[in-house]
Design a protein around this ligand. Sequence first.
Ligand code: SF4
Ligand code: SF4
Length: 231
Amino acid sequence: MDFFARLHADFDAPIAAFDCGEKCAPYNPGGRPFCCDPRHAVPPLYREEWAYLQSVAPGVWQPWEGETPEITAALQAETPDGQVLAVCRGPEHCAAQRPYRSVTCRAFPFYPYLNREGDFLGLAYYWQYADRCWLISNLHVVSAEYVAQFVCAYERLFARYPEERETYRYHSIIARRVFGRRHQEIPLLHRAGGAYWVRPRDGRLRAADPRDFPKYGVYAIAAEMPFPDET
Ligand code: SF4
Ligand code: SF4
């Protein structure tokens, strides 16, 4: 069986018990979930994944092109070798194209967090999306099954593409710098279950209640309202 066919099949658990896109889309002009809107996020696909998806679902993914050649070139220059920036047919088709979602779609808003020693500890979020992604402000809804599948998927990706481990180790270093400058700890969903605060200075883990993790942007305002669960 194709590597990505199996990986996709085994990384298919919903991130939460409901569609979090319904939570963020109302705040995005045009009504798309932010992570499915190329104005905000363009998923990179592994070349091997791209080839697999082109063979089983031609037409679902197209190469991404920015509004200008300069924009396209700039984002491609930031994309690791061996990955292709792509766009799907859009969230209105996502129920039908769900089996063909990329690893990036499945993982968002998380990346695999590695400590200083290079151990893959669990899931941390791409802080750059904290103002838009509802889920980042509500990590308590993330299911244990999703966390387990995420960890398994990235263990397999690291075995196949060892350079990816280094990419995320470096990304985790940047995360520690960014949060350290803010004098904040990094929220972590641990691979063994449970939630933790990671102290950027020395990597110390402190058990957390995920409901205490920070809320951002409109979601912070909504959480202060009398019936926050209705937002
Ligand atoms: S992961 Fe975040 S940005 Fe994507 S649909 Fe869910 S809440 Fe919206
Ligand atoms: S395939 Fe689905 S989850 Fe991925 S970007 Fe498209 S609409 Fe979003």
